[in-house]
Write a protein that binds this ligand. Structure first.
Ligand code: OGA
Ligand code: MN
Length: 221
Protein backbone atom coordinates (compact mmCIF):
# COMPACT_ATOMS: atom_id res chain seq x y z
CA UNK A 1 0.00 0.00 0.00
CA UNK A 2 1.30 3.45 -0.88
CA UNK A 3 0.72 4.79 2.64
CA UNK A 4 2.62 2.07 4.42
CA UNK A 5 5.44 2.24 1.85
CA UNK A 6 5.75 5.95 2.54
CA UNK A 7 5.82 5.27 6.28
CA UNK A 8 8.53 2.63 5.83
CA UNK A 9 10.59 5.10 3.78
CA UNK A 10 10.20 7.74 6.45
CA UNK A 11 11.22 5.33 9.17
CA UNK A 12 14.25 4.23 7.17
CA UNK A 13 15.56 7.59 6.17
CA UNK A 14 14.08 9.80 8.87
CA UNK A 15 12.84 13.18 7.74
CA UNK A 16 14.90 16.03 6.43
CA UNK A 17 15.39 17.50 9.92
CA UNK A 18 15.90 14.37 12.00
CA UNK A 19 18.62 11.73 11.45
CA UNK A 20 19.21 8.70 13.60
CA UNK A 21 21.58 5.83 14.27
CA UNK A 22 18.97 3.33 13.01
CA UNK A 23 15.40 3.05 11.89
CA UNK A 24 14.26 1.52 15.20
CA UNK A 25 15.36 4.60 17.17
CA UNK A 26 13.86 6.91 14.57
CA UNK A 27 10.58 5.03 14.73
CA UNK A 28 10.51 4.86 18.52
CA UNK A 29 11.21 8.60 18.96
CA UNK A 30 9.08 9.79 16.06
CA UNK A 31 6.65 11.57 18.41
CA UNK A 32 9.15 12.27 21.19
CA UNK A 33 11.87 14.19 19.36
CA UNK A 34 10.07 16.40 16.88
CA UNK A 35 11.22 19.32 14.73
CA UNK A 36 8.78 21.77 13.13
CA UNK A 37 10.83 23.70 10.57
CA UNK A 38 9.44 27.15 9.74
CA UNK A 39 7.26 27.21 12.84
CA UNK A 40 7.86 30.99 13.00
CA UNK A 41 7.39 33.37 10.13
CA UNK A 42 10.29 35.75 9.47
CA UNK A 43 8.20 38.49 11.04
CA UNK A 44 7.59 36.46 14.20
CA UNK A 45 11.28 35.62 14.44
CA UNK A 46 12.14 39.33 14.15
CA UNK A 47 9.52 40.20 16.77
CA UNK A 48 11.07 37.84 19.31
CA UNK A 49 14.66 38.82 18.48
CA UNK A 50 13.90 42.55 18.71
CA UNK A 51 12.19 42.07 22.05
CA UNK A 52 14.98 39.95 23.52
CA UNK A 53 17.98 41.87 22.24
CA UNK A 54 17.97 44.83 24.69
CA UNK A 55 17.57 42.52 27.68
CA UNK A 56 20.34 40.17 26.52
CA UNK A 57 22.72 42.96 25.56
CA UNK A 58 22.89 44.06 29.19
CA UNK A 59 24.62 40.79 30.10
CA UNK A 60 28.08 39.44 29.40
CA UNK A 61 28.73 36.11 27.74
CA UNK A 62 29.90 33.58 30.31
CA UNK A 63 32.71 31.09 29.79
CA UNK A 64 32.25 29.09 32.91
CA UNK A 65 34.62 26.72 34.59
CA UNK A 66 35.56 23.44 32.93
CA UNK A 67 32.61 21.28 34.04
CA UNK A 68 29.80 23.72 33.20
CA UNK A 69 27.25 22.36 30.72
CA UNK A 70 27.05 25.54 28.64
CA UNK A 71 29.93 27.58 27.25
CA UNK A 72 29.85 31.03 25.68
CA UNK A 73 26.36 31.98 26.70
CA UNK A 74 24.20 34.57 28.36
CA UNK A 75 20.69 33.89 29.51
CA UNK A 76 17.61 35.31 31.10
CA UNK A 77 14.32 34.10 32.52
CA UNK A 78 11.54 36.14 30.99
CA UNK A 79 8.01 36.48 32.34
CA UNK A 80 6.84 39.67 30.64
CA UNK A 81 6.22 39.49 26.92
CA UNK A 82 4.66 41.83 24.38
CA UNK A 83 1.22 40.87 23.08
CA UNK A 84 2.73 39.74 19.77
CA UNK A 85 5.21 37.45 21.53
CA UNK A 86 2.53 36.07 23.82
CA UNK A 87 0.59 34.96 20.77
CA UNK A 88 3.68 33.11 19.54
CA UNK A 89 4.29 31.47 22.92
CA UNK A 90 0.66 30.41 23.04
CA UNK A 91 1.17 28.66 19.70
CA UNK A 92 4.20 26.87 21.16
CA UNK A 93 2.13 25.72 24.15
CA UNK A 94 -0.65 24.44 21.92
CA UNK A 95 1.81 22.60 19.66
CA UNK A 96 3.98 21.03 22.34
CA UNK A 97 2.08 20.56 25.59
CA UNK A 98 -1.02 18.70 26.65
CA UNK A 99 -3.96 20.49 28.30
CA UNK A 100 -3.13 18.99 31.70
CA UNK A 101 0.53 20.01 31.66
CA UNK A 102 1.52 23.09 33.68
CA UNK A 103 4.41 25.16 32.45
CA UNK A 104 7.36 26.57 34.30
CA UNK A 105 6.32 30.17 34.38
CA UNK A 106 9.27 32.27 33.26
CA UNK A 107 10.45 31.28 29.81
CA UNK A 108 14.17 30.46 29.54
CA UNK A 109 16.06 32.50 26.95
CA UNK A 110 19.56 31.33 26.06
CA UNK A 111 21.93 33.28 23.81
CA UNK A 112 24.91 31.27 22.52
CA UNK A 113 27.69 33.20 20.87
CA UNK A 114 29.10 31.70 17.63
CA UNK A 115 31.70 29.65 19.55
CA UNK A 116 29.20 28.80 22.29
CA UNK A 117 27.88 25.29 22.75
CA UNK A 118 25.93 23.06 25.15
CA UNK A 119 27.52 19.85 26.40
CA UNK A 120 25.46 16.63 26.67
CA UNK A 121 23.12 16.72 29.64
CA UNK A 122 19.66 15.66 30.76
CA UNK A 123 17.57 18.51 32.19
CA UNK A 124 17.14 18.16 35.95
CA UNK A 125 13.96 16.30 36.88
CA UNK A 126 13.70 18.59 39.90
CA UNK A 127 12.87 21.60 37.75
CA UNK A 128 11.59 20.22 34.48
CA UNK A 129 8.76 17.81 33.67
CA UNK A 130 8.35 15.51 30.71
CA UNK A 131 8.30 18.10 27.91
CA UNK A 132 10.82 20.65 26.61
CA UNK A 133 9.99 22.87 23.63
CA UNK A 134 12.48 25.29 22.09
CA UNK A 135 12.36 27.94 19.39
CA UNK A 136 15.62 28.67 17.58
CA UNK A 137 16.47 32.17 16.35
CA UNK A 138 19.27 33.64 14.18
CA UNK A 139 21.62 30.73 13.44
CA UNK A 140 21.08 27.12 12.46
CA UNK A 141 22.49 24.52 14.81
CA UNK A 142 22.51 20.78 15.37
CA UNK A 143 21.08 19.21 18.51
CA UNK A 144 22.40 15.72 19.19
CA UNK A 145 20.57 13.21 21.38
CA UNK A 146 22.48 10.20 22.72
CA UNK A 147 20.95 7.38 24.78
CA UNK A 148 22.44 7.58 28.27
CA UNK A 149 22.73 3.77 28.62
CA UNK A 150 23.25 2.73 25.01
CA UNK A 151 25.32 5.44 23.35
CA UNK A 152 25.18 3.75 19.95
CA UNK A 153 21.59 5.00 19.82
CA UNK A 154 21.49 8.62 18.75
CA UNK A 155 19.51 11.25 16.85
CA UNK A 156 20.53 14.53 15.23
CA UNK A 157 18.04 17.35 14.92
CA UNK A 158 18.65 20.14 12.41
CA UNK A 159 17.42 23.34 14.06
CA UNK A 160 17.05 26.09 11.52
CA UNK A 161 16.13 29.63 12.56
CA UNK A 162 12.38 29.81 13.07
CA UNK A 163 12.08 26.11 13.90
CA UNK A 164 10.50 24.57 16.99
CA UNK A 165 11.83 21.39 18.55
CA UNK A 166 10.00 19.28 21.10
CA UNK A 167 11.58 16.67 23.38
CA UNK A 168 9.25 14.57 25.43
CA UNK A 169 9.07 11.21 27.18
CA UNK A 170 12.00 8.93 26.43
CA UNK A 171 13.77 11.56 24.28
CA UNK A 172 13.75 13.88 27.28
CA UNK A 173 14.57 11.35 30.04
CA UNK A 174 16.63 8.56 28.43
CA UNK A 175 18.72 10.60 26.00
CA UNK A 176 21.15 13.41 26.71
CA UNK A 177 20.90 16.46 24.44
CA UNK A 178 23.55 18.92 23.36
CA UNK A 179 24.08 21.75 20.87
CA UNK A 180 27.20 20.99 18.84
CA UNK A 181 30.08 23.47 18.79
CA UNK A 182 30.95 25.04 15.47
CA UNK A 183 33.83 22.64 14.65
CA UNK A 184 31.55 19.62 15.19
CA UNK A 185 28.41 21.14 13.75
CA UNK A 186 27.41 18.61 11.10
CA UNK A 187 24.03 17.15 10.24
CA UNK A 188 25.26 13.86 8.77
CA UNK A 189 27.71 14.95 6.07
CA UNK A 190 26.17 18.37 5.88
CA UNK A 191 28.20 21.12 7.55
CA UNK A 192 26.02 23.52 9.58
CA UNK A 193 28.17 26.58 10.38
CA UNK A 194 27.28 28.10 13.72
CA UNK A 195 26.64 31.78 14.30
CA UNK A 196 25.04 33.42 17.26
CA UNK A 197 21.92 31.49 18.28
CA UNK A 198 19.12 32.46 20.62
CA UNK A 199 16.74 29.85 21.95
CA UNK A 200 13.44 30.41 23.70
CA UNK A 201 12.67 27.36 25.81
CA UNK A 202 9.38 26.37 27.46
CA UNK A 203 9.37 23.50 29.93
CA UNK A 204 6.59 21.66 31.70
CA UNK A 205 6.68 21.53 35.47
CA UNK A 206 7.60 18.22 37.07
CA UNK A 207 4.43 16.12 37.10
CA UNK A 208 2.36 16.50 40.24
CA UNK A 209 3.86 19.87 41.06
CA UNK A 210 1.13 21.93 39.40
CA UNK A 211 1.44 25.65 38.89
CA UNK A 212 3.01 27.36 41.92
CA UNK A 213 0.42 30.10 42.24
CA UNK A 214 -2.37 29.24 39.84
CA UNK A 215 -4.54 32.30 40.29
CA UNK A 216 -1.77 34.84 40.14
CA UNK A 217 -1.68 36.95 36.97
CA UNK A 218 1.68 37.40 35.25
CA UNK A 219 3.66 40.28 36.80
CA UNK A 220 3.06 43.68 35.29
CA UNK A 221 5.77 44.60 32.78
C1 OGA B 1 19.22 23.84 28.19
C2 OGA B 1 19.23 23.38 26.78
C3 OGA B 1 18.78 23.86 24.46
C4 OGA B 1 18.58 25.01 23.55
O1 OGA B 1 19.29 25.06 28.42
O2 OGA B 1 19.12 22.98 29.09
O3 OGA B 1 19.38 22.21 26.56
O4 OGA B 1 17.83 24.85 22.58
N1 OGA B 1 19.01 24.27 25.78
O5 OGA B 1 19.16 26.06 23.79
MN1 MN C 1 18.73 21.04 28.30
Amino acid sequence: MAGSRRLAMRLLSGCAWVRGSDSAVLGRLRDEAVVHPGFLSQEEEDTLTRELEPQLRRRRYEYDHWDAAIHGFRETEKSCWSDASQVILQRVRAAAFGPDQSLLSPVHVLDLEPRGYIKPHVDSVKFCGSTIAGLSLLSPSVMKLVHTQEPEQWLELLLEPGSLYILRGSARYDFSHEILRDEESFFGEHRVPRGRRISVICRSLPEGMGPGRPEEPPPAC
